[in-house]
Design a protein around this ligand. Sequence first.
Ligand SMILES: CC(C)(COP(=O)(O)OP(=O)(O)OC[C@H]1O[C@@H](n2cnc3c(N)ncnc32)[C@H](O)[C@@H]1OP(=O)(O)O)[C@@H](O)C(=O)NCCC(=O)NCCS
Length: 241
Amino acid sequence: MDQQQNFRILVADESHFHFAETICDEMEESAKARGTGIAKRTPDYIREKMREGKAVIALGETGEWAGFCYIETWSHGEYVANSGLIVSPKFRKGGLARLIKKKIFALSREKYPNSKIFGLTTGLAVMKINSELGYEPVTYSELTQDEAFWAGCKSCVNYEILMSKNRKNCMCTAMLYDPADHYEPEETKEFFEKKSKVLERLNRIKEWKFLRPFLRKEDGGKREEGSGRPVRSFLHYFFNL
Ligand SMILES: CC(C)(COP(=O)(O)OP(=O)(O)OC[C@H]1O[C@@H](n2cnc3c(N)ncnc32)[C@H](O)[C@@H]1OP(=O)(O)O)[C@@H](O)C(=O)NCCC(=O)NCCS
């Protein structure tokens, strides 16, 4: 971010409906740019979250959209997810995601004090912010088993991997805050600081280990004529491997 801004971090409502398209477009563009997966959302879905008071929006000094995140509930409210975190590219790297996550976490705790709050992410920035809030890494079996939640992964490019692992693992790291049994934010933050390099490496290992069978299946062991190099598959380009 070029210059320091004073953002307004608000619980979104009807007055923010007109930002829904921009938010959706940016979610999709960012996922494409990262070459990673995303559960696709429509502008109508975003507007519904605003109407229900289950979304946080950040606005810049001139009133332009700067960031967004929303709440979803699963397993009849036993679980809450803070999903769809997005910061406008021009406002990134200035601490805005941290402010939005703080606000949506507080809103989730206020609305659903007994719910477990969880997130799935491939992003180290989000893992870092989550660990500052008291989330800890968990296995997928500790997340909601609500079919509707996992159905959201169908639009993700990594869905085939998730299913091949019987929904027990995928490219994303699962993190959870359990109000009934949790570490203090200082402890989870310290854990992340100590382990961030390991988590980064684990992400790369996951990528290599999970994608390898798909790459092999795709190219069928074919070699480029003359060079003997493996034929590049669609997935090769898609995942920048
Ligand atoms: C991920 C995203 C939300 C981060 O927003 P942001 O406002 O730039 O994040 P912040 O400035 O609050 O950064 C929080 C911390 O994460 C770190 N961080 C930010 N981007 C990072 C990155 N790409 N890789 C590693 N760490 C990163 C920051 O250094 C900061 O830590 P520090 O204050 O100790 O230095 C933003 O890049 C984005 O919208 N990306 C596209 C969508 C996306 O990936 N959403 C997450 C889906 S789970």
